[in-house]
Write a protein of this length. Sequence first.
Length: 252
Amino acid sequence: MEKLLIVNADDFGLSKGQNYGIVEACRRGVVTSTTALVNGDAVEHAAALSRDLPELGVGMHFVLTLGMPLSPMPGLTRDGQLGKWIWQMAEQDALPLEEIARELDCQFNRFVDIFGREPTHLDSHHHVHMIPAIFPLVAEFAARKGAGMRVDRQVQAAHDLTLSSAPTTQGFSSEFYGDEISEALFLKVLDESAQRGERSLEVMAHPAFVDNTVRKSAYCWPRLAELDVLTSPSLKYAIAERGYRLGRFNDL
């Protein structure tokens, strides 16, 4: 039986180099889906590019660790900025959940304003939606909006998180990441998923061309390596040979 593979490129809207890399990986490669940071400096540019690429599913990359929020968040921001201290706050059971729920709604509405349609699905920058206190908020919101949702099943099982009715893949992998990017690594992810009997799989990716914004990222040059792998003709053939059909969250 045919299996569904969603290759999702995170960080759409981060920068023009990031946007062009994602578009290239869709047009000439295996990326079928992306998620946009609505507070990103280049999100309007991303939206304009996506209008000429209807085959690219566009979801929302919920942001709580980068840049400025769209709504007042005095309980989470420092000097008006979001940051990675969110995990420390989570450990201290100090997350401002009402602020986070309001920000989620604001970012969703901003997505609709910019892209002219609702997102295909929701995930988040740095996986903050998998923080146990935040997960129910996002899961319920996605179900209410009729959007799909990325679920890391290992984290979900470890914290006994209850799934909502929001569509999600049976498997998710963030393993196509790091300094040793290769076609073999990507195919290893597929083979391990197949061994687990998963009929649908999302693979997270970050293809990009390097520009001044991407260059400042701690994860810079591997993004260019990802782009090379994801646009390799042999990869597309190997995916099909393994019985996978490339698709989007709308196909779930």
